[in-house]
Design a protein around this ligand. Sequence first.
Ligand code: ASP
Ligand code: MG
Length: 428
Amino acid sequence: MARIVMKFGGTSMAGTERIRRVASIVRAQAAPKPDGTRDSVAVVVSAMAGETDRLVNFCREANPLYDPAEYDVVVASGEQVTSGLLALTLQSLGCKARSWLGWQLPIQTIEAHAKARIDKIDAPGLIAAMEAGEIAVIPGFQGVSEDDRVTTLGRGGSDTSAVAVAAAIRADRCDIYTDVDGVYTTDPRIVAKAKKQKAVTYEEMLELASVGAKVLQTRSVGLAMKEGVRVQVLSSFIGEGAPPADDLPGTMIVSDAEMDELVENGLMERQLVTGIAHDKNEAKIILTRVPDRPGAVANIFEPLAAASINVDMIIQNVGRDKGETDVTFTVPQSDLARAQALLEDRRDAIGFNRIITDSKIAKISVVGVGMKSHAGVASTMFRSLSDRGINIQAISTSEIKVSVMIDEDETELAVRVLHTAYGLDAKD
Ligand code: ASP
Ligand code: MG
């Protein structure tokens, strides 16, 4: 008897009609197999698409300086509604089903409201119910604090809820049902010849999620990697009566060792680059004529860190004459105004001349574990972009990723050019 966690996102849960389709997918997974065995099943659900945004807006309207603890009470309700509705729908299809809210399991969280982290999940009661043949329906995104108040995990947190539940019950698989049918080599809306990947590694998925491939919440991938949870990304928009996902129609997120095995068995091609992601949500800040001496950069980035503003790419130019230098870096566009204000406030302490900002930039990233052992990935990127006249404004790299900053208008062209350059175009 396998234990399966199934997670459905907001688009899949938007309205009773779609919830009915979800219920039929869940029922198929929980149904007896040809050999007479059956899976025990837990389902983690998101709020209906758009619902969390709506609830967040209510909080803002009620009190712009809202108390995060009460914000959590409001926004956690979206998932409470969908979990109850899914349990009701499953019951209407003749399945035994029961919802388990965050406090009922409980999903114990620590740290701040509105961005809580899961500490532990008490699973024995859940496992017992599942083994007795009851489908457990769990609202994603929510937990309970040490002082027994409702908490939420941060936007997109239902993916993390699903992976955490899968880890707690040692599930055989965590299937993340979404509106795409897997992880693609790049955004198929930009490149028609993008290919669905049979598998990507945790590390690759972690990089892809953090550089703008919005399939999974980054934190959920990190947790899956740490706990060794087998994750599959697949589409919930499948025909009525489709078979359960045991033959892995989606994209599996696997360990390096598993990937090697897939390649050896001829199930995957060895690829240098697995995915190309783009992100238009960053903005560039240039501080000119910063003093070129120890402590200057710390003075810039400490206040940003203290304000939880994530800085991504950083370039410090070689000191010019007069012991001065320019420092260029990127922050999320949504934090640009705050970052600018913080830096202006510290103009004297930091000692810069001008602050120049630009939000019309994009970050293009190529990701692949193959880079660890192969040279030339970065130079291919630079040459292909320059051949098309695309100017690179900044570069950052990790062991398995190269990112460049370019003009936002050139995003689509850059993605297409690179997809071809790395041989990723599907052969029709
Ligand atoms: N409903 C929450 C959100 O929209 C959590 C999730 O769906 O993952 O952020
Ligand atoms: Mg999501």
